[in-house]
Design a binder for this molecule. Structure first.
Ligand code: AMP
Length: 560
């Protein structure tokens, strides 16, 4: 039986799984034929865990125990400004755990963010297994191009917790380019404009046949479809306050309903010029009377609200062109990816910024998962033994050619196996500079932004005191010269050093960013040549015991 590798687009709002079938990559659908599944996990009072569409329904009535947008939190320490900001907006409670982990408290459980994402990944695995009628344990998971090391590690951890062997983490825009360009013998520069639920990414690639080389990538992990929803929601809250004197911001359940209605309004305005909604019994007045919201939004008004967010995407495109050192007019194609590219204002703005009609031949919701599936099949082919050769004795003469029907083999006849499909080669880059803290509060760049991965760089470190046997350095990712203005990843710890006078021991530390975009280090004593203990202690990372335990404790939920 053929083995499959799942391509999973683990999205902020929705997740999609795909697999490469003999006829090409295909999105795997649930029993109701739905591909995208809401990335939502709800903890039911009965103890069961609902994932996907069922969880989305629960969100309206049990917001405190229904977790969504976990991708905005993944790989971020609890004390980070981003988590602190989200914690104020989300109806589910969050606290800081060991090592500054972000812990979500639902019912009587404490969950880490990778555990929440593991429920989503497991749900996708169950759907895939149902469609493919076999167990699937391997996956390629996509992440936003500008996810940092901690976010990639946390995504890998989520895959592991869900029982998946994650063969590779690939960047969403690169996966999309693969879906567009694989097998097409292209020779073009393609820009992928990826505007999803929570993140915006832009990647410029050069595609030569099966070589997909990223020239530059830039993005914002805090710019997505959710932000449009918030703008509409704010309008609704203001209007409701004016009409009823009821402040919905104090009411978590009302806010959840408004968030959901705001998203509907936004999606409606992609297809029509005006959206009219009534939200019944949004709240109750002091006399117990139901308070309804009647809300009308014209597309023009929405566009005025949304303009600022859309403009931000082009500032990021400008940044990508600067990094790639190419002018805008050398781009041959612009590919749209992500649900937010359905917004007419986004499409129009893309068309006018790039002065060309964007490509949208593949469903923007599915293109990333399809690309991941192509990469998965290619990784599998790279390790699978070649098909055994046939024992045919006589050379074959076949009349196959363009338009000629395939001639079935005669009984007992064997044919050479079909030539292997060309395998794509992805040459991606690291989205952020990797640095270490140096004196004066500065960061020294070790591996610069946009370096092709895998990337490797060696640095020599020396303990600062006599007899010192261990030394640690703070490491970060980001572009600021000031360490504190970057994202601190954690600490690099060199231990078991040979005690010697200050300056005598020199440790060569090799930093490597692998093809997953994940940081690895190894260290060697320059004089003795002995390998040294070098570990990276990431802020907010899971301990090994936590990885295995909580998911099993609660049990994976949600059928397909
Ligand atoms: P993704 O992360 O690619 O699944 O994109 C999800 C985002 O796309 C969410 O914010 C959705 O509200 C948004 N979205 C999906 N369909 C539409 C639509 N027709 N119009 C506007 N936004 C949409």
């Amino acid at each position: 039986m053929a083995e499959f590798v799942l391509g999973i687009d683990l999205g902020t709002s929705n997740s999609v799984a795909a697999a490469e079938r003999p006829d090409g990559p295909e999105v795997l659908v649930d029993a109701e034929k739905r591909g995208p599944q809401p990335s939502i996990v709800s903890f039911h009072p009965s103890g069961s865990v609902l994932v996907g569409h069922e969880a989305k329904r629960r969100r309206l009535i049990d917001a405190e125990n229904t977790i969504y947008s976990a991708k905005r939190l993944i790989g971020r320490p609890f004390s980070s400004p981003e988590v602190q900001k989200i914690a104020k907006q989300m109806p589910y409670p969050m606290v800081g755990g060991d090592n500054d982990q972000t812990i979500i408290e639902v019912r009587d459980q404490r969950l880490t963010v990778p555990e929440v994402s593991a429920f989503v990944l497991h749900h996708m695995k169950v759907i895939a297994e149902r469609t493919l009628r076999q167990t699937v344990n391997k996956a390629v998971i996509t992440v936003p191009a500008n996810f940092n090391d901690a976010q990639r590690n946390a995504t890998l951890a989520a895959g592991e917790i869900a029982g998946l062997d994650v063969l590779r983490i690939i960047n969403e825009p690169t996966a999309a380019a693969l879906a567009y360009g694989h097998g097409k013998k292209m020779d073009r520069k393609v820009l992928v404009y990826d505007f999803g639920g929570g993140t915006f990414d832009v990647t410029i690639l050069e595609i030569h046949g099966e070589v997909f080389e990223v020239l530059a990538t830039a993005g914002d992990t805090y710019l997505g479809g959710d932000d449009f929803d918030v703008l509409i929601m704010d309008r609704m809250v203001a209007q409701f306050l004016e009409q009823t004197r009821y402040d919905a911001r104090q009411d978590g359940a009302a806010m959840e309903r408004l968030r959901s209605v705001a998203e509907q309004v936004k999606c409606q305005l992609s297809g029509q010029g005006r959206s009219v909604v009534q939200v019944q019994e949004l709240a109750y007045g002091p006399d117990g009377a139901a308070l309804n919201l009647d809300f009308v939004l014209q597309r023009d008004d929405f566009e005025k609200l949304a303009e600022g967010l859309v403009d931000r995407t082009f500032a990021i495109c400008d940044e990508a062109f600067k990094l790639a050192q190419i002018p805008i007019n050398v781009v041959d194609e612009v590919a749209l990816v992500g649900g937010s590219t359905r917004i007419p204002l986004v499409r129009e703005s893309v068309r006018s910024y790039f002065a060309r009609a964007p490509l949208a031949t593949i469903n923007p919701d599915e293109v990333v998962a399809l690309g991941a599936a192509i990469q998965g099949a290619s990784l599998l082919a790279a390790v699978a033994p070649p098909p055994s050769l046939p024992t045919a004795s006589a050379p074959q003469t076949t009349l196959q050619g363009r338009g000629m029907p395939a001639i079935p083999p005669a009984p007992g006849e064997t044919r050479p196996p079909p030539p292997p499909k060309p395998r794509p080669l992805l040459l991606d880059v690291t989205p952020m500079s990797l640095g270490v803290a140096i004196v004066g509060g500065y960061a020294k760049v070790i591996i610069p932004r946009n370096a092709q991965v895998p990337a490797e760089q060696m640095e020599v470190f020396s303990p600062g005191a006599d007899g010192q046997t261990s030394v640690s350095f703070r490491i970060c990712q980001g572009e600021s010269q000031r360490f504190e203005e970057n994202t601190e990843l954690g600490e690099l710890i060199l231990a078991g050093l040979r005690p010697a006078a200050r300056g005598e021991v020199k440790i060569e530390v090799t930093f490597e960013i692998d093809t997953n975009g994940v940081l690895k280090v190894h260290a060697k004593d320059e004089t003795t040549g002995r390998m040294q203990d070098a570990t990276i202690k990431l802020r907010g990372e899971l301990g090994a015991s936590e990885m295995s335990d909580a998911f099993e404790r609660i049990g994976p939920g949600g059928g397909a």
